[in-house]
Write a protein that binds this ligand. Sequence first.
Ligand code: G4P
Length: 292
Amino acid sequence: MIHWYPGHMAKAKREMAQTLSLADVAIEVLDARAPEASRNPDLAKLFAHKPRVVVLNKEDMADPAVSKAWLQHYRAQGAQAVLYCATKSGGNAPILKAIEKAAEPVVARWAARGAVKPVRVMIAGIPNVGKSSLINCLSGKSRTKVGATPGVTRGKQWVRLSPRLELLDTPGILWPKLENREGAMRLAILNAIRDEVLETMEIAAGLIEILQTMAPQAIVNRYGVETEAKPVEEILHGIGKRRGFIVKGGEVDEERAAVNLIDEFRSGKLGRISLEQPKQIDGEKAHETDRI
Ligand code: G4P
């Protein structure tokens, strides 16, 4: 995983701006479990005046009702938004349709000048949201290369998706935004930022607090440990005891319980759980002074 430091970020921004200039439409891949936390607002700035499609990926791991609310949220903003699962085959049709819809004004402008050409699409997002998986799903086996394009960095190719669409086979990697503590916590839980940014115990505590509101039954169902109105340490202690994570002297290994809880959440063993809801976000944006 990439560790962002200012120099690295500046280089990535330059490369991203260069590649974006070659694309007509950008697909913004977000994690359906925390779309706003996994969104980098700089994409909108870098891709100003060009159409974007929002793909809420990993919908198989997100709470379906919350995902529906997110879909409505983005559509209400006028975006082409689609729920997606990049680990299942099929399901490309809604994305292709959304791209064509988003590209309509561009195609109309070209047509007015008498130009007919395929719409060029690129995929962008922060690490681990499923950009590469989505590229594989969309391009499938028919990896028809369109040929070398001047200005595209060596190793990048356009792949024909349909007579009207071409996809860049390399994703644009955006840096995770760390504007507030809640968002950074959700990214850490989703494994989208390095675990060193936040300590394991801190991530586990954040996850437990979110579960207490978003999925109050998840821990009791998985570990048989009640969580209602209980402090985090007591819950981790309970999980460790249940799992038999005992160290020398008979003490419960709470750190191991924390690692286990985070791993099991990330692999979907706790169920389909979302980490944020649309109505929560506006309040947090108003309090972005709590920077990490
Ligand atoms: P990136 O290019 O944005 O960094 O993400 P990438 O496609 O590499 O996907 C990151 C991880 O998320 C991969 O798991 C991938 O399988 C998983 N993933 C992508 N899309 C989905 C989805 O829609 N649903 C689920 N459940 N998982 C998804 P990994 O553990 O890193 O590797 P793997 O061994 O599972 O492939």
